[in-house]
Design a protein around this ligand. Structure first.
Ligand code: ATP
Length: 428
C-alpha cells in the first residue's frame, strides 16, 4: 500500500505523516477511509480526504489546524470537523456506530471503533481503511473483501438489510457502478430490486434524494447513469408518469458535447452546475405545474429553481427565433437568462439559427456599448432629463440592428428615436 500513497500529491503525503505524529502525541488512532482509499487502490487520484478518528475528531482536527495555522469548521452535532489545506478539504470524523430504527430514517449514532464505523458503510469497495498510526502506518484494513471486489469490478453491499436501512444507497450503487464501469454483484442487484419493489424510496426525505440525484447527474457519464436509474427504478420518484424519452437522452448527450468545449466556445471561465442541465433535459416536457411541484417538494435552492423554470418558460420563445430575427430581439431574449440556460438552449437546437444567434449574442451583442453620454443629449437640447435612460437603452438596441459605427451615427439615431417618442411624452 505504501506505493499507493504515491497517487496522492507529495504535499498530501507529507501532511499525512505530520498528522500521524500529532495523533500519536494525542494518543488517538487515525485512519484514511472511504473514497480516497478506493481510488488510491485503483490508481486514481482523489481530491478530498476523509480521516477517521478513534477518539474526539473535533479536538484532533483543532490540533491539526492549530499546527498548520489553518481554519477549522466544526460540526458539533455530527462529531466532525473540516480543515482546508492547500486546495484540499479534509474531513475528520469520530468513528461511530449506527443503528437504524426504521427504514429510510436517519440512524441513531454513537462514538465507537474503526470496525463499527466500517460496518455502517455502503459497499465493500468503500469500506476499507488505511492506518495512519505509527505502529502500522500504511496497513490496509479490509474487513469485507473490498480489494477482491475492486479486482472483480463489483459493487457489493455489506449486508442484506443495507438498501432497506438507507435507500439512498440505491442511487449510490448506480453512481459507482456507472462511474467505475463495474457491475452490481448478483445478490446486491437482487436486494436493490427488492428494495425498489418494496417502495423503499418513498420512506426517504425527498431532500436526501435530491442530494443523491445531484451527485448522479453531476457524473461525467450522465446518459449512462440516467438510463440505468430509469431501467432499475423508473423515474416516477421524480414525477408521476415521467419516463425516459429517447429525445431526452439525445439532448443529454448533446449537452455533454457542448459542455466539453464550452470554455473555448463561450470564452467563459466559470464552473457550471452541469447537473441542472441534465435534470432540465429530463423534465422539460412535464407540465409546468409538475415541474414546480417537483422543485418545491425536493427543496431545490431558489437560484436552481429559477434556472430550471426559465428553461421551461423560455423554450417556446427560443424555438420561434429564426434567421430573420433582429439582433436587438436576440439580445433581449438571451440577456435575462442565466449562462446555464443559454448553454441548455445551445444544446437543444443543434439545427436552425439558434446556435448562431447565441454565438452572436455572446461574442458580439453583450459587448455593444453606446458612445454618447447624457451630456451629449443635453447638448442636443433634449428634455426632460428623465427620459435619458430610456433613450440610451433604445439607442443601444438600435445600434445592434443598424450597425452604428461613429458617435455622429449615434447622435443622428438618438434624435430620430427622440422624435418618435415625443408624442408619447406629450400624452403623459
Ligand atoms: P466520491 O468519489 O463520489 O466523493 P466517496 O466514496 O468519497 O465518493 P462520499 O459520499 O464522500 O463518497 O462518502 C464517503 C464515504 O462515506 C463513502 O466512501 C462511504 O464509505 C461512506 N458513505 C457515504 N454515504 C453513505 C451511505 N449512504 N451509507 C453508507 N456509507 C456511506
Amino acid at each position: 500500500m505504501k506505493n499507493k500513497f504515491k497517487k496522492l500529491s507529495q504535499e498530501t503525503q507529507d501532511f499525512l505523516k505530520v498528522i500521524s505524529s500529532l495523533a500519536s502525541k494525542m494518543n488517538v488512532s487515525i485512519y484514511l477511509v472511504g473514497g480516497v482509499v478506493r481510488d488510491m487502490m485503483i490508481g486514481k487520484g482523489h481530491f478530498d480526504l476523509d480521516i477517521l478518528v478513534e477518539g474526539d475528531a473535533i479536538a484532533f482536527a483543532k490540533k491539526v489546524s492549530d499546527h498548520y495555522d489553518l481554519s477549522c469548521k466544526k460540526h458539533h452535532a455530527f462529531g466532525t470537523a473540516t480543515v482546508y489545506f492547500e486546495n484540499y478539504k479534509i474531513d475528520f470524523a469520530t468513528a461511530r456506530k449506527e443503528t437504524y430504527s426504521k427504514s429510510g430514517a436517519l440512524p441513531k449514532v454513537k462514538a465507537s471503533t474503526l470496525q463499527d464505523d466500517l460496518a455502517r458503510r455502503d459497499f465493500t469497495i468503500n469500506a476499507m481503511a488505511v492506518s495512519l498510526n505509527k505502529n502500522d502506518y500504511g496497513k490496509i484494513i479490509d474487513l469485507y473483501g473490498g480489494q477482491k471486489d475492486l479486482k472483480a469490478s463489483l459493487i457489493r453491499v455489506l449486508h442484506d438489510q443495507s438498501f432497506m436501512d438507507d435507500p439512498t444507497r440505491i442511487f449510490r450503487a448506480i453512481r459507482f457502478e456507472q462511474r467505475l464501469s463495474f457491475s452490481l454483484e448478483k445478490n446486491t442487484l437482487k436486494l436493490l430490486k427488492a428494495a425498489v419493489k418494496n417502495n423503499a424510496l418513498a420512506l426517504v426525505n425527498p431532500h436526501r434524494i435530491r442530494e443523491e440525484l445531484i451527485l448522479l447527474l453531476s457524473e461525467n457519464i450522465p446518459d449512462r447513469v440516467i438510463k440505468r436509474v430509469s431501467s432499475l427504478l423508473g423515474l416516477n420518484f421524480i414525477a408521476k408518469g415521467l419516463i425516459l424519452k429517447p429525445a431526452a437522452l439525445t439532448l443529454i448527450t448533446e449537452i455533454s458535447k457542448v459542455l466539453k468545449f464550452y470554455d473555448r466556445k463561450f470564452k467563459k471561465n466559470r464552473v457550471l452546475k452541469t447537473w441542472i442541465l441534465h435534470l432540465a433535459a429530463l423534465i422539460i416536457d412535464l407540465p409546468l405545474k409538475s415541474v414546480e411541484g417537483f422543485l418545491e417538494d425536493f427543496g431545490f435552492k431558489k437560484g436552481e429553481r429559477i434556472i430550471i423554470l426559465s428553461i421551461k418558460e423560455n423554450y417556446l420563445k427560443i424555438k420561434k427565433l429564426n434567421a430573420k430575427t433582429k439582433p436587438h430581439v436576440i439580445y433581449q431574449t438571451f440577456d435575462p437568462l442565466s449562462f446555464e440556460t443559454i448553454v441548455f438552449f445551445y444544446a437543444s437546437f443543434p439545427k436552425g439559427s439558434v446556435r448562431k444567434q447565441i454565438e452572436d449574442f455572446l461574442d458580439d451583442l453583450v459587448h455593444v456599448r453606446v458612445l454618447i453620454k447624457g451630456n451629449d443629449l443635453k447638448c442636443l437640447g433634449i428634455t426632460p432629463f428623465s427620459i435619458y435612460n430610456e433613450l440610451l437603452e433604445k439607442l443601444l438596441l438600435a445600434k445592434m440592428d443598424n450597425n452604428l459605427k461613429t458617435k455622429e451615427d449615434e447622435l443622428e439615431e438618438v434624435e430620430r428615436i427622440y422624435a418618435s417618442i415625443i408624442p408619447d411624452i406629450y400624452k403623459q
